[in-house]
Ligand binder design. Structure first.
Ligand code: SF4
Length: 343
């Protein structure tokens, strides 16, 4: 039985409350006090009968919390929060501000197993998956410190679909009308391309937006950038994407980080068009963000414009994501960079 109540769904809380001989409706107080009022102790859930609070505490039930360690502000409005987890792991969360809309970029693992060569997080040792409570708590801290959160993107440290159960549980909690109540269409889960997990997501009842990081239009180029490509060929990922589109009819975002003289040629843009032909997708082109020891350089702005132009001319909906939060190492691919030793 899960002892951290912050990890529990509303139905699981009701079962727990009932198991102690109390009425199920009392679980509603637990849920709102944890996910709306953000209390950190059972005693703070004052509408619960004292007996129930004592029973829960005696059986070891708690409400977990992550601790804010640092916050860094970039002049462009981006904020990076650094959090300490109970076991000493550190994670980073980024708040991006755009025309009054706040987007929070969440971490799902401490470190990452995927080892992408252009990403600072991928160079850190993988420590562990985050619990559901540790994922949702990033949102609750950011709401307190930075105001209303309009959009969530699971694109921080870690590969979200490598921590499937906890990520999907956190999506359910954050989408819950008695919790943060963030609309499912305002939640994006990204993956570096795990075909089995993409299929599993297609079979779920809840469908957040899906973003798949391709970063290359062919396997040989992808091998240079993403270790995971040795396990899963592009053809396999594309098959899973087709399956997902058929089952959900939802548009998928393709993420493509532009790296100078590696994946940014005109020919590679045309190859990408071929790869995505007939699929309901839009493309996000991301400016690469360097970190100490990174073997790559970002594509020059002129090259980015040319690459984007080829995609747009072919009818692909394309957006260039310009770097944000670079001065505080909060941009895409830079999370954890301050913990890398200079090479
Ligand atoms: S890009 Fe994403 S999947 Fe790849 S190493 Fe970085 S955090 Fe992991």
């Amino acid at each position: 039985m899960e002892k951290d109540l912050k990890n529990c769904t509303a139905a699981e809380l009701a079962e727990t409350v009932e198991s102690f001989g109390h009425r199920r409706f009392l679980a509603g107080y637990l849920f709102t006090f944890i996910h709306q009022k953000h209390v950190g102790a059972l005693d703070a859930v004052t509408p619960l009968p004292k007996l129930l609070r004592e029973q829960l505490a005696a059986e070891g039930y708690t409400i977990s919390g992550i601790a804010l360690a640092e916050q860094h502000h970039d002049p462009d409005g981006t904020t990076k929060y650094v959090f300490d987890l109970a076991d000493g792991c550190r994670i980073e969360t980024v708040l991006l501000r755009d025309d009054g809309r706040n987007t929070l970029c969440l971490s799902t693992q401490a470190g990452c197993r995927m080892g992408c060569t252009f990403c600072a997080t991928g160079q850190l040792k993988f420590q562990r998956n985050l619990t559901c409570g540790e994922i949702v708590d990033q949102v609750y801290h950011a709401q307190r410190l930075g105001g209303k959160i309009h959009n969530l993107v699971y694109m921080g440290m870690g590969e979200p679909l490598d921590n499937f159960e906890n990520v999907m549980r956190s999506v359910e909690l954050l989408n819950h009308e008695k919790g943060a109540n963030i609309g499912i269409r305002h939640i994006t889960v990204s993956t570096c391309g795990l075909p089995g997990a993409i299929r599993k997501l297609a079979a779920c009842a809840l469908h957040p937006r899906l973003a798949v990081s391709l970063h290359a239009p062919d396997d040989a180029t992808r091998h240079k950038l993403m270790r995971v490509s040795q396990k899963y060929a592009l053809a396999e990922i594309l098959a899973a994407i087709r399956d997902y589109l058929e089952k959900t009819s939802r548009r998928i975002t393709i993420e493509y980080c532009l790296i100078h003289k590696v994946n940014d040629s005109d020919a590679q843009a045309r190859l990408l068009i071929e790869l995505l032909r007939g699929l309901k997708t839009n493309v996000n082109l991301i400016e690469m963000n360097p970190f100490d020891g990174c073997p790559f350089e970002p594509s020059p702005p002129k090259r980015i414009r040319a690459f984007a132009g080829i995609l747009t001319d072919a009818g692909l909906e394309t957006v260039v994501r310009f770097r944000r939060g670079r001065s505080i190492k909060a941009a895409c691919g830079q999370l954890g960079a301050t913990r890398l030793k200079p090479h």
